[in-house]
Design a binder for this molecule. Structure first.
Ligand code: NAP
Length: 252
């Protein structure tokens, strides 16, 4: 069975590792190419966009892909939409590997906003020390609120950004709660801006913020297409095993 695994997440890498030990699946991992040095992966790998839905359909057809797996980031909505459309057009089975969002607990001081521009506005007019724990792609929106001191954490060092009071730390998760608490204290952070990514790898800052009583501004999750989905790499393997067994019985 030939699989195309759309990755870029810890879950995508986890599934790649599980697939590598199963010769009945011939899988290729596809990455957007957003990070300069992606995590190592044991599968065949391709990098870069397909050229929209049409390009994705051509790739799936030319490479005789049997099953498409969407393990992209919950905020990578365009790729998920393209995957759902291509699956419908080609009648190709699609499984999404989706992390449930984090849920607020007692002591959390969360405010959910529509996007990065709304987050910049929600910071208010008085200067604050802000931790932008959200990668570098949406940071330009904070140029609208240049009065704040920003600390940005991203995997790669970004190019020039239009923020006068910006410092950058480059680091790759996972980030433990104790480490995050130390960073927040050391940098005297007053407010965090984050995506509601879900999962454990980047939850440390949310738990540390709760412990320190800090407010967190969360960017709302985009609406994703409704497709069959599971929450873990192990569940995706079970789904694939069932699918594979059914195809084998039908002689596909
Ligand atoms: P996006 O807006 O959904 O995708 C934009 C385009 O990038 C897609 O239309 C596709 O190009 C290409 N693309 C995305 N994922 C791909 C994949 N796995 N393989 C091949 N091409 C892919 O996603 P994004 O621009 O990457 O990011 C949107 C949000 O997700 C940002 O907030 C970002 O921080 C977050 N995020 C993304 C990743 C990631 O690995 N992509 C990881 C962590 C966080 P074509 O239309 O040309 O096919």
């Amino acid at each position: 069975m030939k699989l195309l695994l759309l990755g870029g997440t810890a879950e995508g890498s986890g599934l790649a590792r599980l697939l590598a030990g199963r010769p009945q699946f011939q899988a290729t991992l596809s990455l957007a190419g957003r990070t300069e040095r992606p995590a190592t992966n044991p599968l065949l790998q391709r990098t870069g966009g397909f050229g929209g839905v049409i390009g994705l359909c051509s790739y799936l057809f030319e490479n005789k892909i049997d099953v498409l797996i969407d393990a992209t980031h919950p905020y990578a909505a365009q790729m998920s939409r393209n995957a759902a459309m291509a699956s419908r057009r080609l009648s190709l089975p699609l499984l999404a590997l989706r992390r449930p969002p984090w849920q607020a607990q007692a002591g959390d001081r969360w405010q959910t906003v529509a996007d990065a521009a709304a987050a910049a506005e929600a910071l208010g007019t008085a200067p604050r020390r802000v931790f932008l724990a959200m990668g570098r792609l949406e940071v330009a929106a904070f140029a609208a609120a240049p009065q704040h001191d920003y600390l940005l954490r991203s995997v790669d060092r970004p190019g020039p950004l239009p923020l006068p009071r910006l410092r950058i730390v480059t680091a790759r998760g996972p980030f433990a709660e104790a480490e995050e608490e130390q960073l927040l204290r050391q940098e005297r952070i007053e407010v965090i801006v984050s995506k509601n990514s879900g999962g454990t790898a980047t939850y440390g800052k949310i738990a540390a913020a709760r412990r320190l009583g800090l407010p967190v501004i969360l960017l709302q999750r985009p609406i994703l297409p409704e497709v069959e989905s599971v929450a873990t790499p192990a569940a995706a393997i079970r789904w694939l095993d069932t699918h594979h067994a059914a195809d084998a019985r039908r002689g596909v």
